[in-house]
Structure formats: C-alpha cells, structure tokens
Design a protein around this ligand. Structure first.
Ligand SMILES: Nc1ncnc2c1ncn2[C@@H]1O[C@H](COP(=O)(O)OP(=O)(O)OP(=O)(O)O)[C@@H](O)[C@H]1O
Ligand SMILES: [Mg+2]
Length: 388
C-alpha cells in the first residue's frame, strides 16, 4: 500500500476519532486496574478497558494471556484480586451474582449445551429460571431459532444430533434466551471448520446488527478479530498492549508484537475491513424464476447480451444459475448449476477474493444469511478497492 493511501486512511481515522470524541460515551462495561493472581502467577495484570454500549470488542492474545480469566471476572465466576468492574456504572460486586449472570449471556468454547436437554429446553433454560409463562417461552424459542437460521424441527433434537456449527448456533440462541444486555463469548467458533466458521460469522454479524448487544468476544484468530470486531483489545501476559478500532490497529500497530500478530500481509488484511454488501451491484444482473424455461432464459440472455442468469424462488432465495458457454462454431450452450457458488453479504472482500481464486469465477452472487439474493460482486471491483 502506498504512503498516500496510508495518509488518506489516517485522515479517515482522525475524522472518525473526532466524531467519536464529540459523542458522549456510554460505557456498558468498565474494567479499571484489574488484577488476578493464581499463586505466583499474575494472570491479569492491571488491566483497564471500557466497552461502549452496543459495540463488539474482540480480545485477542496468546494462549494463557488472561482472556478467559478476564471474562470470568466480569460475570463473577472468578473474583478479582484488585481493581473495579462496573456494569452500567454499578460495581458488579454490588449486584447479586445470580442476577448478574442473567443480564450477561455467556457462550463458552465447548458450547456447554446440556446434553440430556432438547434444543428447546436448552434455549428455554434462563427464561424458565425467570419464570416466564410457557407461551412466552415458546414464542421466544421460535424467534431465536429463526434468528440463528435453524428451522423449528430442530427444537426437539438433542445436542448430539447436531453438527458443531448447529450446536454453536444453539449456544448463541441460548445465551440470548432472556435477551441479556451483554454477551461474553469465549472462542465461540474456535472448534468449527473454516467454511462453517465463515457462515457463522456472517449470521452472527447480521444478528448483531439487529440486536446491538454489548459483546466481548475472545479469539485466537486475527482475521476473525478484524472481521467481527468494532474494536480490538490486544493482550499479552495479562497486560493490555493496544486497544483501538480495527482499522487503526491495522494501519498503526503500537509495537512489534502487534505487527507480528497482524502478519506480513497487512494490506490484504485491510480488505478484511470491507464487507461484500458495500460492493454489491445489480447492474445488468438477470434473475429468472424457477418456472422460466431454458429456452426463455437463453432468449433473454441473448437479448440482454449477458451470459449468466440467477434463478430465484418466490422468496428471492437463490436456487440455481444458468450460464452460457461458447461451444464450437459459434454455437452457444446453456448450462445449469443447481448449487451455484455464492458468497454472503457480511463476508469480507478478502474472503471473496480467496473464493474467486479457488473457483476461478470473476463474478459471484451475494446472498444474506437466509440465502436471499442481493446482487453480484465482481473481481474487478475488488482489484479497484485493493489498488485504491
Ligand atoms: N484456576 C486456575 N488456577 C491456576 N491457574 C490458572 C487458573 N485459571 C487460569 N490460570 C492461569 O492463568 C493464566 C491465564 O489463563 P486464561 O485461562 O485466562 O488464559 P487464556 O488467555 O484464556 O488462554 P487460552 O487462549 O489458552 O484460552 C494461565 O497461565 C493459566 O494457566
Ligand atoms: Mg481461554
């Protein structure tokens, strides 16, 4: 990336900072000079960190640097030795721990679903503790299953009958059960394979756009941190190394440790800050219904001088793709894909670029988490953005 671009980015960051300064900040979680020792070992060392209402803060750092310990101090599963923890201005030590944990949803790495409970009963756990009536609980479970895009037939399955990604979705639904204000998520997607992890990221970001919770999210994966986080807190040996907006960290790493964490390909990683949905286009895009015949599609494509048509069902879900190929002697052939390669709107340009390289397509359809067609993205657009 050129110096010019860097200074442009820096200006953008500065403007954003000034806007931020003029806003009155509402902190949901405030950690002040927090310290926790286990015997001789200082697990968390004089840590101060404020999380604004409705933001997603990523905690990242090497194994054993104190991330889980910090999360557990917030919901009082572990008692801090020194320092203060405030939730909406009140010390957590002045809140009854049971009450506290109801206002804070917790998603842990091993998901922690109750194996002998159905999905329904898992999600209903906290609402039942709160003695909601069963009708209200039923509505809430249905709403949450829909939110994490599991259909209602999942309600009566047991955790062992689900895939890792599905279990993770149920874990998220359960943590959201009684609509807590704060979510603590400790490597929630750590055990999921990369492809399903991308899908979960996408759903998760869309869900957060809807629910705007204050979320603290632990990860080992810098790409995950850049992609999901509004802000990133980098921790090393219990101490805070840098805490800032993702863009600011990418363009101005505080020291060598942060630089190493970001890796060599920082300019590619900058594409991770850009979401597909901001680059989607509908220009010249042809969509047809499931009832359109192959002949009709061919005529339409030739008339509009296009080579691809996307097939949508009545809910605008992408269900197929027609494409023209030059056969011999100027004859064109029409082909059909039942499972076209697609990308999700909240995936990043960086991921889209990898997908395009992997499948050799310069144009891919973009969908939301419910598979609704949103438009297309072009390789040229990504190159343009990269070269800016
Ligand atoms: N109950 C405990 N007793 C003794 N030491 C502990 C205890 N819990 C954590 N520690 C130590 O405190 C340090 C911080 O642990 P913590 O679990 O917070 O790390 P982490 O950043 O979450 O690591 P990881 O990325 O591997 O999950 C580690 O050195 C760990 O061994
Ligand atoms: Mg941990």
């Amino acid at each position: 990336m050129s110096t010019d671009n860097n200074s442009q980015e820096n200006n953008k960051i500065k403007n954003k900072e000034e806007q931020e300064k003029s806003k009155v900040k509402e902190y949901t979680i405030e950690l002040k000079n927090l310290t926790k020792r286990f015997g001789e070992k200082v697990a968390v060392d004089n840590l101060s960190l404020n999380m604004e209402k409705g933001t997603l803060t990523m905690l990242i750092g090497p194994s054993g640097c104190g991330k889980t310990t910090t999360m557990k101090m917030i919901n009082r599963l572990i008692q801090a030795d020194e320092g203060e923890i405030k939730l909406n201005g009140t010390s957590v030590y002045d809140i009854d721990p049971v009450q506290l944990r109801r206002t804070i949803g917790y998603v842990i790495q091993e998901i922690g679903l109750f194996p002998h409970f159905t999905v329904y009963d898992n999600i209903a756990t906290v609402p039942r503790l709160l003695k909601w009536d069963e009708n209200k609980i039923k509505k809430r479970v249905e709403e949450l299953l829909d939110m994490v895009t599991l259909d209602s037939s999942y309600a009566y399955r047991y955790p062992l009958q689900l895939s890792g990604g599905e279990r993770q979705r149920v874990g998220l639904a359960r943590a959201l059960g009684a609509d807590p204000e704060v979510l603590l998520m400790d490597e929630p997607f750590g055990a999921i394979d990369p492809i399903n992890r991308l899908k979960l990221h996408d759903s998760f970001l869309e869900i957060q756009e809807e629910i705007k919770k204050t979320i603290v999210f632990v990860t080992h994966d810098i790409n995950e941190a850049i992609k999901l986080g509004d802000k990133i807190a980098i921790i090393r040996a219990g101490k805070l190394v840098q805490y800032d907006y993702s863009a600011k960290i990418l363009y101005n790493p505080a020291n060598k440790f942060v630089e190493n964490l970001l890796g060599q390909d920082r300019s590619l990683k900058a594409l991770t800050l850009k979401k597909n949905k901001d680059f989607v286009s509908n220009e010249g895009v042809i969509t047809v219904s499931k009832d359109t015949t192959e002949d009709e599609v061919l005529k339409l494509l030739q008339k509009k001088n296009q080579i691809i048509a996307f097939v949508l069902d009545k809910n605008d879900k992408l269900v197929g793709r027609y494409w023209l190929e030059k056969a011999k002697k100027d004859k064109v052939e029409i082909n059909y894909d039942e499972e076209p390669i697609l990308i999700e709107q909240n995936n990043t340009l960086n991921e889209t670029l990898s997908t395009m390289f992997a499948c050799g397509e310069k144009l891919l359809p973009v969908v939301d988490r419910r598979n609704k067609f949103k438009g297309i993205i072009l390789l040229d657009k990504i190159f343009e953005e990269f070269n800016k």
